[in-house]
Design a protein around this ligand. Sequence first.
Ligand SMILES: NC(=O)c1ccc[n+]([C@@H]2O[C@H](COP(=O)([O-])OP(=O)(O)OC[C@H]3O[C@@H](n4cnc5c(N)ncnc54)[C@H](OP(=O)(O)O)[C@@H]3O)[C@@H](O)[C@H]2O)c1
Length: 330
Amino acid sequence: MKAVIITKPGGADVLEIREVQTPPDPVANRVRVRVRASALNRADILQRMGRYPAPPGAPKDIPGLEFAGEVDQVGPEVRTWKPGQRVFGITGSGAHAEYVIVPGDHLVEIPENLSWENAAAVPEVFITAHDALFTQARLTIGETLLVHAAGSGVGTAASQLAKAAGARVIGTSRTPDKLEQARGFGFDETIAVGNDPLTIVNAIRELTGGHGVDVVLDLVGGAYLEANIRSLANKGRLFFVGTTSGAQGNLDIGTVMGKRLKLRGTVLRARSEEEKATATRLFARHVGPLLANGTVRPVVDKVYKLEDVARAHERIESNQNFGKVVLLVD
Ligand SMILES: NC(=O)c1ccc[n+]([C@@H]2O[C@H](COP(=O)([O-])OP(=O)(O)OC[C@H]3O[C@@H](n4cnc5c(N)ncnc54)[C@H](OP(=O)(O)O)[C@@H]3O)[C@@H](O)[C@H]2O)c1
């Protein structure tokens, strides 16, 4: 099969398209999927740089955390899936290729209204956002959510899900154009951050009448820590999801104690097979119908051919993307 190969750690130029062994016939509960499209994630960039190795059992040199495609062949224990069904899902690595093998309970049927490239833009960001906001943070109707990097893949998924659940959603970005676009994806208010994250504190005070936000979905990390702590309401919940600005920051423990805040980190890729199956099942149950009826929709920034994977990496690394960058695997 054709696959994107990380030939050695480095820049986008280390990526090559090569012919490699197709994954063998699936055993037990495994399903082999013919990938039609796959999207990029920051983890692919880090894996390419040699800074975020694939989890055990996943291909080390083929990036790709999510896919949309057709069931090709099923293992003997699989009852749910048949060859030809349109499915999407997440995997530890290896989705930037013509075939992947995954556990059957990591797959979800693609709603009819989604094309391959739209479907490929869904799994990683919608499962991450749904799991963090609802399974973990327990965001509820009437609460206020603050999402950083409003134009990101996870950000635009989170905003739409939170809006659909009756929350008020505030987004930040360093790029004013992205804030304009974000308005169409569930954000009630937006804050232009520029180079000073503490801008957020005053803006949140004004927007919430001094109350603060109930939940922060932080996709940026270290540089926003102080602003996050200061922007949270009493008993607020802060979820660390991404560290694009670094993983270090100064924490004012006194404020955390005084406001009785909850701080929690979350990651999908390193979870056990069972935990990923649970997150996938909850996503299918709660988000599947919203995708099918158009209440929420994937945000596709640009679609590249597999052969143009280096340009796709560069688009994300330069922070130009609004939403997801997708690879077509034809
Ligand atoms: N924990 C998990 O399981 C999980 C799952 C998926 C993704 N993630 C993480 O979540 C984050 C968002 O992922 P994504 O795929 O949605 O990202 P994305 O679409 O690539 O967007 C990320 C955006 O973050 C902003 N940004 C980049 N560097 C920044 C910095 N130093 N300071 C402030 N903003 C910065 C940029 O937008 P501006 O124009 O606003 O600067 C950039 O476009 C990433 O860190 C990713 O690794 C975590």
